[in-house]
Design a protein around this ligand. Structure first.
Ligand SMILES: [Zn+2]
Length: 391
């Protein structure tokens, strides 16, 4: 997959996503070495240029399920090549609630893949574990299998982390689970980012979890019961607490345009990230499929629905679709939307080597045109390697 472009110097040019200027970027040794910029050149023939997108929640892609029973060595790279084609250069493979055996197995398989695959390791800084320490209540648990939901255990989590090669960098949990406060403190002491999600926590429980170190809300507005109390529900306290950043899924199905607008007003653009929450049916044809023993329908509009639980089973659109939807529905600039899917995400994980087009950063770069405000990816560079070209 790697080509020689990481070794020699070359130049990439395009229209700066942040300000419309003509940008020329020199790349050598996998890094951006210099950037030159000119205003008002009138070069409308060039594509836009932006930092590669960063997605903190990818459950699978193109028929590869990171939580699946049949995940095999090499699958992570197969999924990655399609993920790179969607403009994402950094992602967190996400494992969801499952049996102890399956979580250990799949963390080990992907951890070993990362240990031997240099290009992949440049793209995957670590794993996100969503569950199994979440709310067992229908609605809040979404499609996570109830039989595998349990209370937090630092010993068990440590086994998962060892199986992954010490690569778990985020856990999403419910603050109301027994022992969550101590567990969150242990995560923070060990540098694991704690996010709140699939939770019916009270305002007091949410406050306590943030006091203990939780710093992110996972896909706010989802992983929530369909019928909630209009005053006392888990959404308002997470919106109200300025210490919490939020991730949102702007795929057109998980949140309404009005929720996108209100969340942005409440949090401010700098405190939000876009995430895809794509699962293994992303990139597949519409139809009926199985997911964790449930019937799931992928509609022609890209919705993944389980009618039995009346919940969405993750998403099918890549992160770039969220970028386009967020721009269209909020009227924000391209810089704001792309930063929510790159720079802001990099900051959360202290990935200071990526997320912007500055000298010294990793040459993670995308070239694209907009079609109905959604980026149509033409080229993707990962640390200076051309990992996707449409032409
Ligand atoms: Zn979820």
């Amino acid at each position: 997959m790697a080509d020689s472009s990481a070794m020699h110097a070359f130049q990439i040019e395009g229209i700066n996503y942040a300000n419309g200027n003509h940008l020329k970027i020199s790349v050598a040794g996998g890094l951006i070495v210099s950037v030159s910029e000119e205003e008002n050149t009138g070069r409308i023939d060039l594509p836009f240029i932006a930092p590669g997108l960063i997605d903190n929640q990818i459950n699978g892609y193109v028929n590869i399920d990171f939580s699946g029973d049949y995940l095999a060595s090499g699958d992570l790279e197969k999924a990655a090549s399609s993920i790179w084609a969607s403009g994402v250069t950094t992602f967190l493979p996400t494992l969801i609630t499952n049996s102890h055996y399956h979580l250990i197995r799949n963390f080990r398989i992907m951890g070993e893949d990362l240990a031997i695959n240099k290009l992949l390791s440049l793209s995957v800084p670590g794993f996100h574990l969503e569950g199994p320490y979440i709310s067992a209540e229908d609605g809040y648990r979404g499609c996570h299998p109830a039989e595998h939901i349990r209370k937090p255990s630092w010993d068990e989590f440590s086994e998962f982390n060892r199986a992954s090669g010490g690569r778990i960098i985020q856990i999403t949990l419910a603050p109301e689970t027994e022992g969550a406060t101590d567990f969150i403190s242990q995560c923070r002491e060990n540098g694991i980012l704690v996010a709140i999600g699939h939770s019916g926590a009270s305002a007091a429980q949410i406050k306590q979890s943030v006091d203990s170190g939780a710093s992110l809300s996972t896909h706010l507005g989802n992983g929530c019961a369909n019928m909630i109390n209009r005053h006392n529900n888990p959404i308002w306290p997470q919106l109200a607490d300025d210490r919490l950043m939020v991730s949102i899924i702007a795929d057109g199905h998980h949140l309404t345009p009005e929720e996108l607008i209100v969340f942005r007003k409440a949090k401010g653009a700098g405190n939000m990230i876009l995430t895809s929450d794509v699962m293994y049916l992303a990139g597949m044809t519409p139809g009926r499929y199985k997911f964790l023993g449930l019937d799931v329908t992928l509609t022609p509009e890209g919705m993944l629905l389980n009618t039995e639980l009346n919940c969405l089973a993750g998403a099918s659109f890549p992160l770039k679709t969220g970028v386009g939807n967020f721009m269209r529905h909020t009227g924000c600039s391209m810089k704001e939307a792309i930063d929510m899917a790159s720079l802001n995400v990099a900051k959360i994980y202290n990935l200071n080597d990526r997320g912007s087009l500055a000298p010294g950063k990793k040459a993670d770069i995308i070239l694209f045109n907009l079609i109905d405000s959604i980026p149509d990816i033409l080229k993707t560079y990962l640390s200076g390697n051309l990992v996707y070209s449409k032409l």
